[in-house]
Design a protein around this ligand. Structure first.
Ligand SMILES: Cc1cc2nc3c(=O)[nH]c(=O)nc-3n(C[C@H](O)[C@H](O)[C@H](O)COP(=O)(O)OP(=O)(O)OC[C@H]3O[C@@H](n4cnc5c(N)ncnc54)[C@H](O)[C@@H]3O)c2cc1C
Ligand code: SF4
Ligand code: SF4
Ligand code: SF4
Length: 379
């Protein structure tokens, strides 16, 4: 593992990039040299609230994708498994995307040799709908005028079309029920160290991206992009490395405080009693990979009764998988029509499982999950 500062040698990418445009430059290098078939990343369609997963095959389209989208709580890790299994792909990932990818690799649902994973550190994401409302309520700005947003030094900062900026403390927003999604407030994985590289602004000088190189493949990416003349690098100072690690620890401690406050407060049975068995949480979960063979599709759950399964039986099946596999990505919370804190329940169980076995979903290299098979088996 080593640390570098990096910035693009391409002026347009430097301007469009969130920090030094290093990520976009590395993606461009991979496409131009035909090392990958395509890049899976997010591109805003109309504004900063609707960044959407896109599979980019022409490097000029990367400029539209550059930047950080905090109002995009999208999971893109499982799209590789669903649509791109046989392709060589580079993908930009938040830590929860990376954990999902790792879980799917463990279960032979993603071929590790086919992917380059460019990690982005993550302080949290904001739901787009609540994000708009939050800007309307707490900022002196029209949500439609926001051209970019960032989370820095404990504040959610918006930049407006006229170049001005406004900032409000995240703590104040979250006390009022806005700010980062509930699972993000609890999330204690801020730097995706199981990605090939982890990129961020912590510890970075203005106009540079701080990159932690995590493995040989990561080193190849940096060396290749430099050799292609699109990336410049230098060493960060020890002060910068220390500052980064200090912020990371503060964020982890904040998350642990939220865990301590929320795990005991949730009553699973009360919550499940409101479940209408709509299947939305199962369908969106990146770790639910059984598809048509899912136990919940069996006739005794569906056809024989023509009724949704009882919430307890339904969630019992989910629990038998999620209690050790949940990566706390919060996709299930985002879709639940009954506002059940599904991720809180499964994340709490995952932590209990971790306390007994040492297995952390999407992070443990040496410990394998239950029912792990070293061979790929078709269901
Ligand atoms: C939600 C979020 C929170 C972040 N929080 C922190 C933080 O707290 N501390 C820190 O050090 N760094 C954080 N970062 C990382 C930082 O903002 C930059 O993304 C990183 O430094 C790379 O900068 P760059 O100029 O090299 O990237 P760019 O050249 O701008 O390229 C960024 C690439 O990431 C893709 N992308 C943008 N948003 C997402 C997303 N939500 N999911 C997946 N891909 C995306 C873009 O489409 C683009 O391809 C965060 C990033 C995101 C997306
Ligand atoms: S769960 Fe963690 S990694 Fe995922 S969006 Fe939230 S803070 Fe970022
Ligand atoms: S149960 Fe929810 S939080 Fe956990 S991995 Fe599935 S969608 Fe993500
Ligand atoms: S999304 Fe909500 S209501 Fe639907 S099955 Fe899941 S927990 Fe139940």
């Amino acid at each position: 593992m080593s640390n570098i500062l990096a910035k693009s040698q391409n002026e347009n990418i430097q301007k469009a990039g969130e920090c030094g445009g290093a990520v976009t430059s590395i993606l461009k290098y991979l496409l131009d040299e035909e090392i990958v078939d395509g890049v899976l990343t997010l591109t805003p369609i109309n504004d900063v609230y609707d960044a959407t997963p896109t599979f980019i095959t022409e490097s000029e389209d990367l400029l539209n994708a550059a930047g950080s989208y905090h109002c995009a709580p999208t999971m893109i890790g499982d799209l590789v498994q669903k649509y791109l299994f046989d392709k060589k792909v580079a993908i930009t990932v938040k830590p929860c995307d990376m954990r999902a990818i790792d879980e799917l690799i463990t279960r032979h649902k993603i071929n590790e040799d086919n992917i380059y994973v460019i990690g982005l550190n993550c302080g949290g994401t904001v739901s787009p709908v609540s994000g708009r409302k939050m800007i309307d309520l707490f900022y002196d700005a029209n949500p439609d005028d926001v051209v970019s947003e960032e989370i820095d030094k404990g504040k959610f900062i918006i930049e407006l079309a006229d170049g001005s900026e406004e900032a409000v403390k995240i703590h104040d927003l979250e006390e009022e029920g806005y700010g980062r999604r509930d699972n993000c407030q609890r999330c204690d994985v801020k730097i995706p160290r199981n990605a090939n590289i982890a990129c961020g602004n912590w510890g970075a000088e203005d106009g540079w991206t701080f990159i932690e190189i995590n493995d040989e493949k990561g080193q190849e990416l940096i060396d290749g992009a430099k050799k292609a003349g699109i990336l410049e690098t230098k060493s960060p100072s020890q002060d910068a490395i220390d500052a980064r690690s200090k912020v990371e620890n503060i964020m982890i401690n904040m998350a642990k405080k939220v865990q301590d406050a929320t795990y005991p407060s949730v009553n699973e049975m009360d919550e499940w009693s409101r479940c209408i068995g709509c299947y939305a949480c199962r369908d969106v979960c990146p770790i639910c990979w059984c598809f048509e063979n899912c136990e919940l599709n069996k006739s005794y759950f569906k056809i024989e009764t023509k009724m949704p399964p009882s919430p307890i039986a339904f969630q019992g099946v989910r629990l038998s998988h999620m209690s050790f596999s949940c990566v706390d990505c919060g996709q299930c919370d985002d879709v639940c029509p009954m506002d059940i804190p599904v991720s809180l329940i499964f994340d709490k169980l995952q932590k209990k499982y971790y306390n007994r076995t040492g297995y952390v979903a999407g992070l443990s290299d040496n410990i394998k999950p239950p029912l792990y098979s070293p061979e790929k088996t078709e269901l």
